[in-house]
Design a binder for this molecule. Structure first.
Ligand code: ZN
Length: 118
């Protein structure tokens, strides 16, 4: 059996962490943008400009990941409310408690997750 309350607690903790991460990344991004303004770094032949462009794209990628994770968490919370949390979206079997503990946003059981990767 899945303990819905601890699932909700875990998702709540993950959500707080993801929001914090997103806030950190936003601050990093703004710092990089401010630095690029100072160094007139739009010139891609300027080595510093290339570094800043690289940093900016790294931060953007991380922020997209964090946003995606947040969406997954919100979707899991909705499933908790709807009573479908812990049910595999592919085969309809229950997702194991151990898997949900390791990965509270899991939508599919370990069997379906494994077959989706092949
Ligand atoms: Zn399944």
């Amino acid at each position: 059996m899945i303990d819905m309350q601890s699932a909700r607690d875990r998702l709540g903790t993950q959500k707080a962490q993801a929001l914090q991460r997103l806030a950190d990344l936003t601050r990093d991004f703004e710092a990089v943008v401010a630095a690029s303004r100072d160094t007139n770094a739009d010139d891609e032949h300027d080595p510093e400009g290339a570094t800043i462009a690289f940093e900016r794209s790294q931060i953007e990628a991380l922020a997209r990941q964090a946003e995606h994770h947040l969406e997954e968490i919100d979707a899991a919370l909705k499933r908790l409310d709807a009573g479908t949390y812990g049910t595999c979206e592919v085969c309809g079997n229950p997702i194991s408690a151990a898997r949900l503990e390791a990965r509270p946003t899991a939508r599919v059981c370990i069997v379906c997750a494994a077959s989706a990767r092949t």
